[in-house]
Write a protein that binds this ligand. Structure first.
Ligand code: GRF
Length: 219
């Protein structure tokens, strides 16, 4: 059973989807620690409600980014964490942190990468006027929102959407693919080769002829 450490900064709805999947037995893992860089993050309450140990490590208390990273690392290693999950964690982790967890840090981003990396991926997609938006679960490497992609999902952008309504639709999708990706990781079904992620034991024939088209046919 994989020991999972989850890093958050906010509401923790993605954390909740992971907690639910662990409880349901679909992820062969245990969340041993939730860390937030913000003491007000509601995700801390969610974790505590499920008896998961929590810790606040405030980035503002560290003048050097590396010192913050080292403290995160120390605390995660103290809890014997094997997989680090970034669930709405709004800080960038440096090279020395990542070197301690090679291919063992997974992030969710609210856009279909490589489009719209960085903060407010949903807002960027909305402003650009894309017809399909979505989200990406990926391994973390040294560049922001760049590492090998595990799962992506698309949602339509509708004419009456505003940015919030689109972000909510994307978030519902995040809650589906994040636990799914972690389940695959914990089941040992992911292999990374030349920055491509291969998933073993899934029936890709089910995907072969699927399309998501942003406009229905004229009737
Ligand atoms: C999500 O959209 C995530 O992709 C982004 O921040 C949001 C966090 O939501 N990075 P939550 O804290 O999981 O509710």
């Amino acid at each position: 059973m994989t020991k999972i450490g989850v890093l958050i900064s906010g509401s923790g709805s993605n954390l909740q989807s992971i907690i639910d999947a662990v409880k349901a037995g679909s992820i062969d893992g245990e969340i041993v620690l939730v860390i937030s860089n913000d003491e007000k993050a509601y995700g801390l309450t969610r974790a505590a409600q499920f008896g998961i140990p929590t810790k606040v490590i405030k980035h503002k208390e560290y003048t050097q980014r590396q010192a913050f990273d080292q403290e995160l690392l120390r605390v995660l290693q103290e809890s014997s964490v094997e997989l680090v999950v970034l669930a709405g964690f709004m800080r960038v982790l440096g090279a020395s942190f990542l070197a301690a967890f090679p291919d063992r840090v997974i992030n969710i981003h609210p856009a279909i990468l490589p489009s719209f990396p960085g903060t407010h991926g949903q807002g960027q997609a909305f402003t650009y006027g894309v017809k399909l938006a979505g989200c990406t679960v990926h391994f973390v490497d040294e560049k922001v929102d760049h590492g090998p992609i595990i799962i992506q999902a698309a949602v339509p952008v509708l004419a009456n959407d505003d940015e919030d309504c689109l972000a909510a639709r994307i978030l519902r999708c995040e809650h589906k693919i994040f636990p799914r990706a972690l389940a695959l990781y914990c089941a040992g079904k992911l292999r990374v080769e030349n920055r491509k992620v291969f998933i073993s034991g899934i029936d890709e024939a089910l995907l072969e002829d699927q399309f998501l088209i942003s406009c229905p046919a004229l009737s």
